[in-house]
Design a protein around this ligand. Structure first.
Ligand SMILES: C[S@@+](CC[C@H](N)C(=O)[O-])C[C@H]1O[C@@H](n2cnc3c(N)ncnc32)[C@H](O)[C@@H]1O
Length: 274
């Protein structure tokens, strides 16, 4: 029985630097609002510490960063994988010491931030990267750090963007983060009205987060059986598997030895965790 629910687009074309660069070169940037998204503007207006370190991943034209600068924030970092776009940003923010512009892959980035702002980056990633997103966000935040911004609360026929639901996000981020807020936005731009959630999550500094490669699973039932087995291990608080069953995110009270994880799934010799 095979029921791999991989995302259509990522199977046909990798959503890598070449893809995004081509979108910018061809000016196919339908996601670009041309201004800061109103719910994020409202959120920024309530931030008090102008020196907190803020990251905007998959920043695109960086209207949020522009607004932060206008409001006097002094420690902003934006990162994007598309060279043409980053060239434009370097010119736009030339000689401004309060913003750092990085050309690179968010998943390779190493730093610590007080706040990370999400604006149509999560939905641009193939859904199989969602567990890695949670793991990476947890890594990049300081102990009291927060992740805040917008997520789509709908599905799309053509992707990217890849949609999702409040229920899915609650399961995905569970335990790794504490939910301070996740509500349907009341001030989205008209084309996105009633389809965006504003969320604010606080890093749970008390837990360990690990992402492992997993092989051997070919159906959703097997995935559920494996997930249940992991849940019986003392210290494991949440388990989430990618929808191609190739990676598993494990949130635990303490570090769990890989042998313990492997033993738990040894009822089927095909299952390998590394
Ligand atoms: C849908 S666009 C959103 C841009 C911007 N946040 C906005 O709302 O206008 C997604 C952006 O993420 C960037 N991106 C995709 N994968 C990335 C990665 N792994 N690391 C950094 N940037 C990435 C793309 O180049 C693109 O600019």
């Amino acid at each position: 029985m095979k029921e791999v629910q991989c995302c259509v687009v990522s199977c046909e074309k990798p959503l890598d630097a070449t893809y995004w660069e081509a979108q910018y070169k061809a000016k196919l940037t339908g996601w670009d609002l041309g201004l800061i998204s109103p719910p994020i503007k409202t959120y920024i207006d309530e931030l008090e510490n102008k020196n907190s370190s803020i990251l905007i991943p998959g920043c695109g034209n960086s209207y949020e960063a522009e607004y932060l600068l206008q409001k006097g924030f002094t420690n902003i970092t934006v990162i994007d994988i598309a060279p043409t776009l980053v060239g434009v940003l370097k010119d736009k923010f030339k000689n401004n010491p309060n913003i750092q512009i990085i050309l690179g892959d968010f998943f390779e980035h190493k730093e610590k931030y007080d706040l990370i702002i999400e604006q149509t980056f999560f939905c641009a990633l193939p859904p199989i990267m969602r567990q890695k997103y949670v793991w990476k966000m947890h890594q990049l935040l300081v102990d009291e750090g927060k992740l805040a911004g917008l997520l789509f609360n709908r599905t799309f026929e053509v992707s990217p963007p890849f949609g999702g639901s409040k229920e899915e996000y609650e399961k995905l981020f569970a335990v790794a983060f504490d939910f301070l807020k996740i509500d349907v936005c009341l001030n989205s731009i008209l084309p996105r009205a009633n389809s965006e959630l504003f969320f604010e999550l606080k890093k749970n500094k008390a837990v360990k987060i690990n992402l492992y490669k997993f092989s051997g699973i070919t159906c959703r039932d097997c995935m559920e059986a494996v997930t249940k087995k992991f849940a019986t291990i003392n210290g494991i608080l949440n388990t989430s598997m990618t929808n191609d069953f190739a990676e598993v995110l494990i949130v635990s009270k303490n570090e769990i030895a890989i042998e313990t994880l492997q033993n738990a799934v040894s009822f089927d010799e095909k299952y390998k965790i590394e």
